[in-house]
Design a protein. Structure first.
Length: 338
């Protein structure tokens, strides 16, 4: 079995571009940190519209990939793995709808709901495992972040400080046995007890599926704020260091690092811990905000299109999920997008 390699990336951003003015609350006190470079909210981010669908975004992100390859999707996708932050369909998942829109009939359709901001690397690993026996040779993996324009744009929720940071979008990658950018390794870490430190909250305490009043939001456990921040600061550098050790490289040998992008502080702390300067740590935070799990494939697609990935580059991807219950890192030797 040939090593699995990434062939190319694709992405799609919704049309609606939102600026910080959308989130201003004239009755709220001024944020004393708001003008400091590390704390400023992104100048722009994209928001999903009400009738946008994850399946449609996956199709729009993936079709240009196949066009660049000169292939039709049909007959060229054995595995489809999706991760959608806010699923459109609770029962059927989104994978089958995305497959239908692309005109593909893969043997494997997996709607992966865990992994969060680290799910891209997790999906790479899962694709490797499925392809290991040689029965599948190609995979399309897709991250959809669609919560900003739905949950964080609600009239009450958008007044809260965290609502202005996220943005929406979809990133995909096409993988193939023997692909031009071989996957050198993947590291994952699960800490299940931390999954209880983040969840959906409603003003009236109802379950998300129960009728009621008030707007739903996402909240961390307020009693563990310092602990959660420490997890975030340490998990990504630790996983990257472990991965580099696995593949016989040093963190300072990384040519391109791409991570999830919760805020500028995490981005700075991570590259400082790894001894990398900003030019080696790519992000799209100022243009697209916090893209959660979609940040890695979207940023890499943007980089590939801009010519910022060079043949032979050691490209490392990493992220931590939720309140730190999962983290992952993966590395590829870049061979050039189509």
């Amino acid at each position: 079995m040939q090593p699995v390699g990434i062939v190319d990336f694709g992405s799609h951003l919704p049309e609606n571009v939102v600026t910080p003015e959308f989130f201003l609350d004239e009755h709220a006190p001024a944020d004393p940190l708001g003008n400091l470079p590390l704390f400023k909210v992104p100048p722009t981010r994209h928001h999903a519209a009400r009738d946008d669908s994850a399946a449609e975004w996956i199709e729009k992100a993936a079709r240009p990939v196949f066009e660049r390859l000169g292939r039709e999707p049909a007959g060229n996708v054995d595995i489809l793995i999706t991760n959608v932050l806010l699923p459109d369909e609770l029962f059927t998942g989104i994978g089958a709808q995305a497959a239908h829109r692309l005109g593909i009939n893969p043997e494997w359709i997996v709607d992966l709901h865990n992994g969060g901001c680290a799910s891209f690397m997790y999906m790479v690993r899962l694709a490797q495992k499925i392809m290991a026996d040689g029965s599948a040779r190609t995979a399309l993996i897709a991250n959809v972040q669609n919560i900003a324009g739905r949950m964080f744009a609600q009239p009450d929720v958008r007044k809260r400080s965290h609502a202005a940071v996220p943005g929406d979008g979809c990133g995909v990658a096409y993988l193939e046995a023997g692909g031009p950018s071989p996957v050198l390794g993947v590291r994952t870490r699960s800490i299940p007890e931390y999954a209880l430190d983040l969840g959906l909250k409603t003003p009236d305490g109802r379950k998300f599926w129960e009728p009621g009043t008030g707007q739903m939001d996402i909240e961390f456990d307020k009693n563990k704020t310092t602990e959660i921040l420490e997890r975030g600061n340490t998990l990504v550098p630790e996983l990257v260091q472990e991965l580099c050790s696995d593949i016989g490289e040093s963190a300072t040998d990384i040519d391109v690092l791409v991570t999830n992008q919760p805020n500028r502080i995490f981005l700075k702390n991570w590259r400082d811990a790894l001894g990398l300067d900003a030019k080696h740590h790519l992000d799209t935070f100022d243009r697209f905000g916090n893209l959660y799990g979609a940040a890695v494939p979207i940023t890499l697609d943007q980089a590939a299109r801009a010519g910022d990935l060079h043949e032979g580059d050691l490209v490392v991807m990493s992220g931590f999920a939720h309140a730190g219950d999962f983290a992952a890192a993966s590395a590829v030797r870049w061979g050039g997008a189509q």
